[in-house]
Design a protein around this ligand. Structure first.
Ligand SMILES: Nc1ncnc2c1ncn2[C@@H]1O[C@H](COP(=O)(O)OP(=O)(O)OP(=O)(O)O)[C@@H](O)[C@H]1O
Length: 321
């Protein structure tokens, strides 16, 4: 596990200005990087572009422009080597329905130099999966667990998981979070996982990348995100229209208002406003209800503060896990 005293680590994953156009949707200049030894939560509402980004990293979709490097290597030129070192969990498995779990191991293990059969068996028992069961008899959660077991059994350096906890019960989710934390104890490894679950992020994410409408609106440490925003509350009719524009996800109630604001904007608000720390849940919820104005707001603000929203995420922070 990395800590604050280390020098700036290498990036295990780096996206630079990745652009991909579909009719009606585009990934637009997506750039972010994940340093070795850390876990990045990838968040955004439905249709924001998380899966498209992940598929681009895995070269399941050709890019229109931009570059991606994994383990410091070009994701196209060195694709076979890179793929053998990435553990992937997507929301659909590609295992044949008639296969037993033992057949999954037989079919996949030859593709990986570092397949660990002992680890495969012990993870199966840990997740309560019976080797003799056929894929077609597994529930959605069990299929997800099987993909996680496979991803962890071939000595991967980078895990990329697309909503790995969807379909998992609370106990399995918690087990998976522990497994991911242990995985990055090796400082050369990294995890990128997309999720809608802020509890997962609270527990294990060191970095958060927030995508909206195909554009990255935040990519930096979780701690910086939690320091950057606060909840504000006040009585009705306290704020002018200009002041309301400083509030993200403004909500009016019978007796007052509440919303989120950038700490740098507190100086524009009346002293009577009550300020409280925001949780990740508050931040995600308020940004999702904020609409276009808000998205522009965070992009511009983040740019003003750091000069570059994307490149600042190599700054080191002590891990919060
Ligand atoms: N092959 C494709 N052709 C055309 N449009 C596509 C294709 N794949 C994805 N899209 C569109 O791209 C947009 C982003 O989809 P994506 O699956 O990346 O979002 P997401 O953030 O993963 O959403 P969710 O949280 O619902 O899984 C959507 O509007 C989707 O319809």
């Amino acid at each position: 596990m990395n800590n604050v005293s280390n020098t700036i680590p290498n990036n295990i994953l780096e996206l630079n200005n990745v652009t991909k156009h579909f009719t009606g949707f585009s990934l637009q200049n997506v750039s972010f990087s994940l340093p070795e030894g850390f876990i990045m939560g990838f968040i955004g509402k439905n249709g924001a572009g998380k899966t498209t980004t992940i598929q681009s990293i895995l070269n399941m979709l050709p890019l229109d422009s931009g570059a991606i490097s994994v383990f410091g290597k070009d994701h196209l030129a060195d694709e076979p080597e890179i793929k053998s070192k990435i553990g992937i969990v997507m929301d659909q498995s590609f295992y044949l329905e008639e296969w037993k779990i033992t057949d999954v191991e037989k079919a996949l293990s030859p593709f990986y130099e570092k397949w660990d059969s002992g680890l495969f068996s012990s993870l199966l028992s840990q997740f309560g999966l019976d080797k003799k069961k056929k894929v077609k008899s597994l529930s959605r959660g069990m299929r997800m667990k099987l993909m996680i077991v496979v991803a962890l059994s071939h000595g991967a350096g980078l895990l990329i998981l697309d909503e790995p906890t969807s379909g998992l019960d609370a106990v399995s989710r918690s087990e998976l979070m522990e497994i991911l934390k242990n995985f990055v104890m090796d400082e050369k490894k990294g995890v990128l996982f997309s999720t809608h679950n802020t509890q997962d992020l609270e527990k294990i994410a060191d970095y958060i990348t927030f995508i909206n409408d195909g554009r990255i609106i935040y990519s930096d440490t979780k701690d910086n995100l939690l320091e950057k925003y606060v909840l504000v509350k006040g009585k009705q009719n306290t704020l002018s229209d200009d002041q309301k524009k400083k509030i993200i996800g403004y909500r009016d109630y019978n007796f007052g208002f509440d919303g989120l604001t950038d700490v740098n904007d507190l100086k524009f608000l009346p002293a009577s406003v009550v300020v409280e720390p925001a949780t990740l849940d508050d931040i995600v919820i308020r940004f999702n209800i904020g609409g276009d104005f808000i998205e522009k707001n965070i992009r511009n603000k983040t740019k003003n503060d750091t000069g570059n929203i994307v490149e600042n995420n190599v700054e080191k922070k002590e891990k919060g896990v």
